[in-house]
Design a protein around this ligand. Structure first.
Ligand code: FMN
Length: 304
């Protein structure tokens, strides 16, 4: 009923662990896979070791999370042992999506070449992180820059599908989606967090040490859902809908907008790592009640 084919990869259900929310620890990713995620994504891996920002890096507010973790990474040259541990995912039968970033456009293909040698099921390019001193969203705000990164990465990744992670903060996320498709991206993710800020009135200061952050969770859902809906009409490649999915009904909204896969990150803060199983069960219940037998029959149905 929930089996999903995405870029030639078979998923038991359409949920995937979004990048970064479970930290850099391979053990936690394996746990999420065992607890029912259809696919899992690693924390974005960068070109060189980096500590990330000082605490506080993540805060919860009324409508979700605000984070500026700052892309901490061991750097790809130190990631062999993590990939070794992640081999266990093959036994569990849950596809691994590697996520990578660069601080300059050329670094994406450098990291992608290393990651491709580890043979993940797909590689996601975080061209849209808002929380860095090099202003990471700039890549996915610019269709020409996005095109350049995707086509450069495609030269070194062979048959491994490449996913471009977009941001609703772009002037036209749809122009970026089209540029990524033209450059050879096999899928897009709609999308990353939205830049934001929260000030502690009593301290008279922004709460996060980096001051600004990326907003995720329920407040992000209508924003990324709209991008998913519009992208479905603009590109032919499959879409990962992501942002604010906490329940099966949230996931169904993204599927009806046109998503093939539903990314879940902040929802783990609310419902724990069992959320993937719970969301799958809730989708299935809704389908049974409404007479649907295959999830793909619902994909894009809100456009009809
Ligand atoms: C604490 C935290 C860390 C994150 N780290 C990354 C990251 O390393 N790479 C990335 O592409 N996205 C990262 N994200 C963004 C998530 O993968 C996801 O796209 C976003 O949070 C929206 O989904 P959600 O509302 O379900 O959390 C991070 C989000 C959070 C909350």
């Amino acid at each position: 009923m929930l089996e999903t084919r995405f870029c030639g990869i078979e998923l038991k259900n359409p949920t995937r662990l979004a990048s970064g929310v479970m930290g850099v620890n391979a053990g936690q990713i394996i746990r999420v896979a065992k607890e029912g995620a259809g696919a899992v994504t690693i924390k974005s891996l960068g070109p060189m070791e980096r500590q990330g920002h000082k605490n506080p890096t993540v805060i919860e507010w009324e409508h979700g999370l605000l984070n500026a973790v700052g892309l901490p990474t061991p750097g790809y040259k130190n990631a062999d042992s993590e990939f070794e541990e992640l081999k266990e995912l093959k036994k569990i039968g849950v596809p691994l999506i590697a996520s990578i970033y660069g601080t300059r456009w050329k670094e994406f293909s450098e990291v992608a070449e290393y990651v491709a040698s580890k043979n993940p099921s797909a590689i996601e390019l975080d061209i849209s992180c808002p929380n860095t001193e090099w202003g990471g969203t700039q890549f996915a705000c610019d269709p020409a820059m996005s095109y350049k990164i995707i086509s450069d990465v495609k030269e070194v990744t062979g048959k491994i599908p490449v996913i471009a992670k977009l941001t609703a903060a772009a002037n036209s996320p749809i122009a970026v989606a089209k540029a990524c498709e033209e450059a050879g991206a096999n899928a897009i993710c709609c999308g990353n967090t939205m830049p934001g800020m929260i000030i502690d009135v009593d301290a008279k200061k922004p709460i996060l040490s980096f001051k600004k952050g990326g907003m995720s969770g329920p407040a992000l859902k209508p924003i990324n859902l709209k991008v998913t809906y519009e992208a479905y009409e603009a590109v032919k490649i499959p879409i990962i809908g992501e942002g604010g999915i906490t329940t099966g009904r949230d996931a169904l909204e993204y599927i009806m907008a046109g998503a093939t896969v539903c990314g879940i990150g902040s929802g783990i803060w609310k419902r724990g790592t069992g959320i993937f199983n719970s969301v799958s069960n809730e989708i299935e219940e809704w389908m049974k009640e409404n007479g649907y037998t295959k999830i793909e029959h619902l994909r894009g149905i809100a456009h009809e």
